[in-house]
Ligand binder design. Structure first.
Ligand SMILES: NC(=O)c1ccc[n+]([C@@H]2O[C@H](COP(=O)([O-])OP(=O)(O)OC[C@H]3O[C@@H](n4cnc5c(N)ncnc54)[C@H](O)[C@@H]3O)[C@@H](O)[C@H]2O)c1
Length: 270
């Protein structure tokens, strides 16, 4: 199947009608009901994979599944709260029961676009706890649930979505930046624990990425300043992240592990 959808640079969307070695792979994408996760789901499906939409907002996930089906792809919706161990375990059990395997996990779900920015000492403790619980503990719980199946298969891919806010340091977002920072340590350490089992663990670092979801934390001046700091001076969109995330889930990326890779138009440099 081909499509006329293009990236902002006018190049054909990477995955349309090509499999890149992910055909029939079962890829759990958390938080796939909107924003960047929705794009991962649509593009993995277009590349022949079966995305599992592990999303707390079931209605949103079902809409994405309908989009995928309309485009000729296949997906599975499993309403999931990544912060709840019973929910993540049940999600993976259902995936294995219905699809027989789990090849990759994209830890994308986060409390992010709904957050208010505020000075660190005005962050309510319950909001701090919720951000850490979803953004960090959620990634741990999902990894813990999928890894036994990956170990049994001797193959697996885990991609943790962190953020350019970590190397940059961002004011008024301390819980969010702290949570994304934790994913770097998690990536490095989990990669060491799982390398011998054929499982790679990497982190992807998006820059400021503009989706269909409005964020009142982004002012026109802030957006212009962000873009001016990138080597490639245009806004980042979800499609920009697809190539890297998809590649990390292929057999070709099998010797890349424990890495944090920025995909941000050159906003930051490692
Ligand atoms: N958009 C950006 O500028 C940007 C930049 C850097 C990193 N990121 C990261 O990329 C990822 C996606 O960003 P986005 O802009 O699409 O965010 P978003 O806030 O639009 O989407 C997050 C998704 O996660 C889901 N979710 C929240 N809590 C959940 C839970 N407990 N269980 C399951 N699902 C849950 C939400 O329902 C939503 O669908 C996030 O990890 C974010 O931190 C985004």
């Amino acid at each position: 199947m081909t499509s006329t959808i293009t990236s902002p640079d006018g190049a054909p969307a990477l995955s349309r009608g090509r499999d890149f070695g992910v055909r029939d792979r079962v890829v759990v994408i958390t938080g796939a009901g909107q924003g960047i996760g929705r794009e991962y789901a649509r593009e993995f499906a277009a590349a022949g994979a079966i995305p599992v939409l592990a999303e707390i907002n079931g209605a949103a996930a079902r809409n994405v599944a309908a989009e995928i089906e309309q485009a000729g792809g296949r997906s599975l919706v499993v309403e999931t709260d990544v912060a709840d161990p019973a929910s993540t375990e049940a999600m993976v059990e259902r995936v294995v029961a219905e699809l027989g395997r789990v090849d990759a996990l994209i830890n994308n779900a986060a409390i992010f676009s709904s957050l208010q920015m505020r000075p660190f000492d005005q962050i309510p403790l319950d909001e701090w706890d919720a951000v850490l619980r979803v953004n960090v503990t959620g990634a741990f719980l999902c990894a813990r649930a999928v890894v036994p199946h990956m170990k049994a298969a001797g193959w697996g891919r885990i991609v943790n979505i962190m953020s350019g806010s970590v190397p940059l340091g961002i004011r008024n977002y301390l819980h969010y930046v702290t949570s994304k920072s934790a994913l770097v340590g998690m990536t490095n350490s989990l990669a060491r624990e799982l390398g011998a089992d054929g499982i790679t663990v990497n982190a992807v670092q998006p820059g400021g990425t503009f989706t269909e979801v409005p964020r009142n934390t982004v002012t026109p001046e802030g957006k212009a300043a962000l873009i001016a700091n990138q080597c490639i001076p245009r806004e980042e969109v979800p499609m920009d992240l697809v190539g890297l995330v998809l590649f990390l889930c292929t057999p070709a990326a099998g010797f890349i592990t424990g890495q944090t890779i920025a995909c941000d138009g050159g906003l930051t440099h490692h």
